[in-house]
Design a binder for this molecule. Sequence first.
Ligand SMILES: *Cc1c(COP(=O)(O)O)cnc(C)c1O
Length: 366
Amino acid sequence: MVKFLDLAKQYSMLKPEIDEAISAVINESAFIGGKYVNVFERHFADYQQTAHCIGVANGTDAIEIALEALHLPAGSEILVPANTFIATSEAVTRCGHKVVFCDCDPETYTISIPDATKRITPDTHAIIPVHLYGHPCDMDKVLDLARRYKLTVIEDCAQAHGAVYKGRKVGGFGDIGTFSFYPGKNLGAYGDGGAIVTNDDGLAGKCRMIANHGRIDKYNHEFEGRNSRLDGIQAAILDVKLTRLDQWIHRRREIAEYYRRTLNNLPELTLPSVKDWAGHVWHLFVIRTAERDALQKHLAEHEIHTGVHYPIALPMLKAYSHLGREKSDLFACSIGSELLSLPMGEHLDDGELEIVVKEIKNYFTR
Ligand SMILES: *Cc1c(COP(=O)(O)O)cnc(C)c1O
C-alpha cells in the first residue's frame, strides 16, 4: 500500500523527542501561553524570516484575526483565488468583507494577476495571494499591483511553510502572513494550530491582543477580542518538528523531481511546473488528466492513495451561489475534474515511488 500521508510513521521516527516534549509541558502545566509557545513563536519567526510570529488556534482564525487587525473599511472587496481551500474566503466573509474570486495562472495555479487586475473597483482594499500546493505566488507582481491600487496584502501560507520566492521565505512580503499547522500540512501539529507572521510591530501587537481577549494583562482588556491561542503542547510538538522541516522539504523535492522526470513522456498528463524564481515545498504534487476518475480508480485498485485538491472550485459551491457565478468560465473552475494529487511526503521510500509511476504508466499503456 502506498499512503498519501502517514503521520503514524512520522511519529515513530520522532517518538522519544515528541513524548519528552509533551511530558515537559504537562509537568510544568504550561498549557496556555508560557515558555513553549514563546520559544516556538521565536523559532518559527526566525525560520520564516519575519520579525514576529503569533501562535493562534488554527489557520482559518489566523486569516480572520489578520483581517480584523488590518481594520479595512467595512464591506471591502477582497481579491481571493477561486481555487483555494474555503478557509481563505470564509475568513473574508466572517470579517464583514466581500469575496471577489479571481482566476489562477494556468502554470502555477496561483492567483492570476491579469485577472485580479480586471476585478479591481474603488471598493477593493486587499488581496490574499495563496501559495497554493507549496508554490509561491509571483510576489513582485502582487506587490506591484498592491502599490498601484493601495491594496493590503495578506499571504495565505497554509501550504507553504519554508517556501521561497526569489531567495526569501514567504509570509513577510505582504503586510501580514498566515499559516496553518493542521496535522496534514508540511509542518503539522497533533491537533489544530496556526500562526500569523509580520514585520509590522503594531500589527503584531494587535493580532496578539485580538487572539487573547483584547488583553493587556490578566483582567485588563483594552477591547473585546476572542480566544484563539496556540496551546503549549502543540507548540512543543511543532518545535520538535520544525528541526526536521528542511530535511522533509528536501525529500519532497527529490520526490517531485523523480515524478517529473519519470512521468514526463506521458502526453495524457499535465505535470506541475516550477518557476525558476520559486523554492517550491511540494505540499501537494498535483497532476492533471482528462481521465482523472479512471486513473484514480486504477491507482486505488493497486492500493495507491491519492487526493483531489480541489474537486469543486469555490465559486461553484452552494456556499457561494449567491454570487451568481455557478457557471463561471474561469480556468480555475474548469479543472476540478482533472486534478489529481499523487502521494507526496517524507514517508515515501524509493520503492513506493517506483510503484506509483509504474501503475500510472500501466494505466496509460493498458
Ligand atoms: C489548511 C488551509 C487553511 C486553513 O487552515 P486550518 O488550520 O485548517 O484552519 C487555510 N488556507 C489554506 C490554503 C489551507 O490549505
